[in-house]
Design a protein around this ligand. Structure first.
Ligand SMILES: *[C@@H]1O[C@H](CO)[C@@H](O)[C@H](O)[C@H]1NC(C)=O
Length: 594
């Protein structure tokens, strides 16, 4: 397995064919992956991507939920714009093919997966290509890298979700593949002919452009490129100027693109990274979303992200810490790139540790590098791969693959599935009315979610703008003076931390309007328009059932749906199954009377 010289961009035709074949196989894999996910992970998947995209594609009357970040211009529009294009195209295609509301909804719900699986497949593909550049095309280690990323449970769980972190990861590994790793080698300084060859210059521009886009999407990505640039100072100062000039050029280009896009999107001159800093650092609103332990990334996040690959990644990082001899020997060149990747990974984790709000997703862009780093120890441990000589190791490899399969399928189909299932149930209730308009009752269903804010997806799953829905909100204290922020409670806090009954009393119409003997439907009899009418469908977690049973005794509500949500709880407010209570429609009441 003689490693080759790095050959980014150097392919003949049959080579291109193989590469495209691999990409399309990965795409099919990720599409299957996306189509099989049934679970909820984190609200940003919907509220920071699909909802603004929905709003852009179908207009302000389409019922998308726009969070404060999008009202204040904190987020780059480039990410939702991509999904909006797909939504618009899917909406257009369903109109010209005259689909009914149910089929159209099915198409729209699946639409984001088309784009997202292409992004997810790009993560796998360029992780493999990065391994090519380091270990050589035919090396076993390169094959192992592809295997690691393709069967990673984290990739299965997260890469096909519409997080900006997934796109950031794809852009990062793409840029790393085209990054000028040769500059760090011993021979590069000596033979420094200052003119770049055409292809090489092209690759550098491509790399810097992708890196700049990743930074616009998520400003913390700048750390990756800062570390790599600082390391270049240590190896080869003659290239710094070239890098700086091109980085500035690409950066300005991306800034102009994003400034135009954001100004068009927000309807006024907007520069999200600046607003982002202003809100999160200056006003330190991000702590409103949680403060984590300082060791979170090292003790928890890395294990969650790497799962079974963790021991190999740890071993690879340990080996990568040592700075290799500056020689042109192939082995030293490989060690050196691994050393650079190790420095990048560790520095970024260390810097992110300083930020109080931590999530696994924030270190996701490091996963491709970690897979490349883990591949060599793993190949050596399971030598000869894929059928190790030792029986114990054979068994371990089988165990590792089985564990991956179990984790991925549990996380993908079971953990937190109720909050997705309930959206399908509600949508189907509305579709039934669209297909057979009821005579007596409202043509549109009304839904209220008494859950912690953003517990379910929103219009990307409800689809029909006819569904009139509301949920408890959790607006951060933007307009509140800093000294009052410590005691600030958002709506969901008021509901859960003080008294749910008080909240119901001061926000909902009197329960007299929905008593069993009352003749009218709720919405007709609400006089005080500051109070909300009781919705036909009330959605909550089972832990709230005793409170509601007490508050709503003698009303017409009956349970009409219940779905399993999860075996594990980290939040007492989300305990139990997802439950839906309904008010009877006029038809139901007619039936009851006769
Ligand atoms: C039902 O929803 C549609 C779409 O949002 C709206 O145009 C219509 O006025 C609603 N009908 C009623 C009776 O609320």
């Amino acid at each position: 397995m003689a490693p080759k010289k790095p050959t980014a961009g150097h392919n003949d035709l049959s080579d291109d064919f193989t590469l495209w074949t691999v990409y399309f196989l990965l795409l099919a894999w990720r599409y299957t992956n996306a189509a099989s996910l049934r679970t909820f992970f984190q609200p940003d998947e919907y509220f920071q991507a699909l909802e603004p995209a929905w709003n852009l594609a179908f207009g302000p009357d389409s019922g998308a939920w726009i969070t404060w970040e999008w009202r204040e211009g904190l987020r780059s529009s480039l990410h939702p714009v991509l999904f909006a294009i797909f939504y618009r195209a899917a909406g257009f295609a369903s109109n010209i093919s005259d689909l009914g509301p149910t089929d159209r909804a099915d198409v729209l719900i699946r639409t984001p997966s088309l784009l997202q699986s292409a992004i997810a497949a790009a993560i796998d593909f360029f992780t493999w290509r990065l391994a090519h550049r380091i270990y050589g095309r035919q090396s076993k280690i390169t094959h192992v890298t592809l295997l690691l990323t393709a069967v990673s449970p984290w990739q299965w769980f997260c890469s096909v979700r519409t997080f900006s972190n997934s796109l950031e990861t794809a852009l990062t590994v793409f840029a790393l593949y085209y990054w000028p790793w040769e500059w760090y080698s011993a021979s590069s300084e000596k033979g420094s002919n200052s003119r770049l060859s055409g292809r090489f210059a092209g690759n550098l521009n491509v790399s810097l452009f992708a890196a700049a886009l990743a930074c616009i999407l998520r400003p913390t990505n700048v750390l990756v490129w800062m570390v790599l640039t600082v390391l270049l100072f240590r190896y080869n100062t003659s290239k710094i100027q070239t890098l700086a000039v091109r980085a500035v050029a690409c950066g300005i280009l991306v800034l102009i693109v994003s400034l135009i896009a954001d100004t068009a999107f927000y309807g006024k001159l907007t520069f999200p990274p600046l607003n982002f800093l202003q809100f999160n650092v200056v006003q330190s609103l991000s702590t409103f979303y949680g403060v984590n332990r300082p060791d979170y990334y090292f003790t928890e996040a890395l294990s969650l992200m790497l799962t079974t690959a963790l021991p190999f990644a740890a071993s690879g990082l340990w080996q990568g810490l040592r700075r290799p001899a500056a020689s042109d020997a192939e082995e030293d060149r490989v060690r050196q790139v691994r050393h650079l990747l190790t420095c990048t990974v560790l520095s970024m984790v260390l810097v992110l540790t300083l930020i109080t709000h931590k999530e696994v997703r924030f270190i996701y862009p490091l996963l491709p590098m970690l897979h490349v780093i883990a591949a060599e120890p793993m190949t050596n441990f399971f030598h000869p791969f894929p059928v190790p000589a030792s029986y114990t190791r054979r068994a371990l490899l089988a165990l590792m693959m089985t564990a991956n399969l179990l984790i991925a399928s549990y996380a993908g189909t079971t953990h937190q599935r109720g909050v997705i299932d309930v959206m399908h149930y509600l949508r189907q209730q509305q579709e039934a009315r669209l297909q057979h308009p009821p005579t007596g009752s409202q043509p549109n269903i009304t839904v209220g979610f008494l859950m912690p804010c953003h517990s379910t997806p929103w219009r990307s799953h409800l689809v029909h703008p006819e569904i009139a829905a509301w949920a408890l909100t959790c607006e951060p204290p933007i307009d509140i003076p800093p000294e009052q922020r410590a005691t600030y409670l958002d709506e969901a806090d008021v509901f859960y931390k003080t008294s749910a009954e008080d909240w119901l009393r001061s926000n909902m119409a009197s329960t007299d309007t929905i008593k069993r003997d009352s003749l009218e439907t709720s919405s007709d009899t609400v006089k005080d328009d500051k109070l909300r009418a009781w919705p036909e469908y009330l959605v909550f977690f089972d832990q709230l059932a005793p409170t509601l049973e007490h508050y709503l005794t003698g009303t017409q509500y009956t349970e009409c749906w219940r779905g399993f949500n999860t075996h594990w709880y980290d939040d007492a407010r989300r305990h139990g199954e997802v439950v839906v209570w309904c008010l009877p429609t006029p038809e139901d009441r007619e039936r009851q009377k006769s």
